[in-house]
Design a protein around this ligand. Sequence first.
Ligand SMILES: [Fe+2]
Length: 483
Amino acid sequence: MATAQAEKREGDISDAFASLSGMQFKPLDPRFAEMKQKLVSGNEEALHASWNRLLASLREEIPLIREQKSKIIPEIDFKDLDAASPEFRNEHKKRGVAVIRNVLPEQEVLDLKRELREYIAANPHTKAFPPENPQVYELYWSPAQIKARSHPNLIKAQRFLMEFWHSKDPNALVSGSHPTIYADRLRMRLPGDARFALGPHVDGGSCERWEPNGYGKGNVYDAIWSGNWEAYDPWESSSRLPVTSDLYQGVGACSMFRMFQGWLAMSNTGPFEGTLLVNPLLSRATAYFLLRPFFSPKNPIEVPQDSTAPFPDSYPDPSNWHLDLSASNSWLQGATPGHGQELRHALHPHLNLPETMVHMPRVRPGDFVSWHCDTIHAVDSVHAGKTDSSVLYIPSCPLSVGNAEYLARQRAAFLAGTPSTDFGGGKGESEHVGRPGVEDVENVDKEEGLRAFGLKRWDEGAEGLSAGQREVLKRANGILGFD
Ligand SMILES: [Fe+2]
């Protein structure tokens, strides 16, 4: 079995982001200035040239988004997954986001939502954020979540998405063809709510993306540090395997390798109705927020951190920005140790976030929405709709050695009814009435469903596996105690 991990403090979703707990962004510890110098040492000129090319590329791409808004997000129907069009494939690769329609039948999902409400009603002590008017429940093991996560259609959708990733090392111990579950929360947002107003952010750690013992362990962003941002490939998986995305015991930081975050819609919800916004610039946006801390404006402008007002043209102009590796520049804009990476128009002026954060198109119960793990995303600041805006967060996670180790710990949490180790301690749902067990997974899918939960042996003898896949299935079986 996997080694035990230190238990995190108990928390809710407001602990995960600095701005939700009312903090302001500020320069970090001086060691971060030194770290930045080392990261790009010897490549300073190339870095500056790369930054200028990136700003030019952003100036070209942003008008496309401004024009197309939500229509820029590629869509596909579940029934077409086996014959996805080249247009869908190309756009998904470029954008990193997708809507898969009709993954579960609408009525089935409405039944799940009803069951979920019954579970909450039967367990009135369920924790939630904010406590006085719950929008995000501290629920991980409700009947709806268990049934959705193990549903064969959902697992098929995850496999389809994860097969967009590839590995430069054919023997890498990772397989997107073998989805594993990550027990995340759910949202049931009510009209009028303005508390769960999560601005633009990226999951999967913050400072860790720059740190040598974080993402540096896999050299994930080396092309960006060396001054060749165009060579950075967001879909390469082997570089992500050694990554530590949580160096500071952040509550809610995901320690699994999650190729995509995603949700299953449980309501009919359109733009401004408490839904998700995404930034479809994927590799350009990643390169930008990673390079931003290395550059400073020659003529700075004082604006409040939450300002969304346009800047005068002279401010973002490339001629106004210089490479700033001074010891006093310890900023990693939007990053705070122990909290998720956030983005702000005032801190990230060239992304033009007020225009490039686009709403998800209208979704119906049973649609599945997915975004790449480096995608900048946000939640409507106010829910101006008339009905609930409800989703089950269901990321897509491949099988890897690290994920199998997490799966083993998570399986123990499932059996005990406690939140899995990423989400803080506490008794969770251990005393909840009507909490599902192994047989409920079995009832939905005896094969892939049980395997995704770590409850059944992987078939390492199956035909058509690559050497790397066969080996990772074998190791996972050992970790999960199926030797
Ligand atoms: Fe997020």
